[in-house]
Ligand binder design. Structure first.
Ligand code: PHE
Length: 449
């Protein structure tokens, strides 16, 4: 049987915290710091936050537990993990499609994620040197109108991502997240304290947390669930790939709760860092993709220590993006290198080269290709985003829930979960079998109506 062939091992992470830091690094990204506050704000504030929390608990955490079980039990990248687990459960090896769709989603997401993250890099410099003579929105237009500028920063970001992933699990990703995540935590707390003192904190609190159920409709649920999925990095194998390097003695359920809590905490803290400043400077909270760049630069231009706080803030955003981008690249690199044809370094270089070129389309969609639609009504970047986040991730997540809930051998699951409270196990089983697949199917289908 094909799976019997010897696959190359990637090594494992040592210590309790490395997996938690890496998985949290993957989860916390542009999605949290920009996406969550903005979506909470436009979807009824506190009501959205409540629904989002319910999605994290009822769909996100059960699927995350499933992904970690699949990854750790097999010790392989998502494609081989699914193949191996399907065979071990006496079912069709076609389940490996989950791995293929995940790697495809990772490639598509990273191609545009890197362009946006490149803009964050660029803003470290801009916010340090901006005199305020040019308005922040003109500044943003200038940044995105230059293909060369966008490509330069996109290139830098892709090179950094590739370097970290090619250095391997222990020396690359493991070591980097141990430095990056505490830095991110400290910067985050600093920004929140700064905003509490200098911004309009009470208005931000009521904007984010006062539940306004009058604005809640079906779309609120869709948005909250999509955000929960993307934010926890689920449905594409990132967490599965990282699970393969998780020590066997670590508790899967507790770890999943920790990662989900940290991810949610950062999203909430990001809201508490950004909105007080937006309100203090009378800026518009719901402006879309430019929000973080235009609003925050406007604020930094007017602040006494803006030249210092600005670069700190955009460094934070870049770090969050980098610890996510490495998890987007890892499943593909792990697959190519474990097959034994390519070294990890070669695999990381080749795949990054491909993603880098694909990213040109997204960079150009801000300027010379802005009128070019790849899918109906969507430019290149929006098409990548749509195919990955609205099709591949939900489908991947749903299939993972169905496989783990209905097809996977119970003994394998029990071995991975270890000593577990029988009620917790029953609850998880119920959520992964029924609640998660049906909710995802509902969301998936309703977006097309
Ligand atoms: N979770 C990351 C964010 O919130 C994005 C991501 C999605 C990373 C899927 C890996 C896999 O920005």
């Amino acid at each position: 049987m094909e799976i019997q062939k010897q696959l190359k091992s990637h090594g494992a992470w040592i210590g309790k915290w490395t997996f938690i830091l890496a998985a949290t690094g993957s989860a916390v990204g542009l999605g949290n710091i920009w996406g969550f506050p903005y979506k909470a704000g436009t979807n009824g504030g506190g009501a959205f936050v409540l629904i989002y929390l319910a999605c994290i608990l009822m769909i996100g955490v059960p699927i995350m537990i499933g992904e970690i079980i699949l990854g750790r039990s097999s010790g392989n990248s998502p494609i081989n993990a699914m193949r191996r687990m399907a065979l071990a459960s006496n079912t069709s090896s076609s389940w490996q499609i989950i791995g293929w769709s995940g790697i495809t989603a990772g490639i598509l997401i990273l191609s545009f994620y890197s362009v946006i993250a490149g803009i964050c890099f660029n803003y470290i410099l801009i916010s340090a040197t901006s005199s305020g003579a040019m308005s922040a929105s003109d500044q943003f237009s200038e940044v995105i109108s230059s293909p060369l500028n966008l490509l330069f920063w996109h290139t830098l970001f892709m090179v950094m991502t590739a370097l970290i992933v090619s250095a391997g699990i222990k020396d690359g990703i493991g070591r980097m997240v141990k430095i990056l995540m505490p830095m991110l935590g400290l910067l985050m707390i600093f920004m929140v304290v700064y905003s509490m003192i200098n911004g309009n904190f009470s208005q931000a609190m009521s904007f984010l947390f006062a539940p306004d159920f009058s604005n809640v409709d079906a779309n609120t649920f869709l948005q909250a669930m999509g955000q929960a999925f993307f934010s926890l990095s689920l449905g594409m194998g990132s967490i599965m790939a990282y699970g393969a390097y998780m020590p066997k003695d670590q508790n899967v359920v507790n770890t999943s709760f920790t990662v989900a809590s940290l991810d949610t905490l950062v999203a909430v803290l990001a809201g508490l860092a950004i909105f007080p400043i937006i309100f203090a400077f009378n800026l518009e909270p719901g402006t879309g993709p430019g929000l973080v760049f235009v609003s925050m630069l406007t604020a930094f231009n007017q602040m006494t220590f803006g030249w210092l706080i600005g670069p700190l803030f955009f460094t934070l955003l870049s770090i969050a993006a980098l610890s996510s981008s490495i998890s987007l690249l890892e499943p593909g690199v792990a697959f190519l290198s474990e097959e034994g044809y390519l070294s990890r370094k070669m695999a990381a270089e080749l795949l990054s080269l491909f993603i880098w070129i694909l990213g040109f389309g997204s960079a150009l969609s801000f300027n010379i290709w802005s009128d070019f639609n790849l899918t109906p009504g969507r430019n290149f970047l929006d098409s990548m985003d749509f195919i990955a986040n609205q099709i591949l991730l939900p489908l991947g997540g749903m299939l993972i829930a169905i496989f783990v809930g209905w097809f996977m051998k119970e003994q394998i699951i029990k071995d991975e979960l270890g000593q577990i409270n029988p009620t917790v196990f029953k609850l998880w089983k119920f959520f992964i079998r029924f609640i998660a697949p049906f909710s995802v199917a509902f969301v998936f289908v309703s977006q097309f109506f």
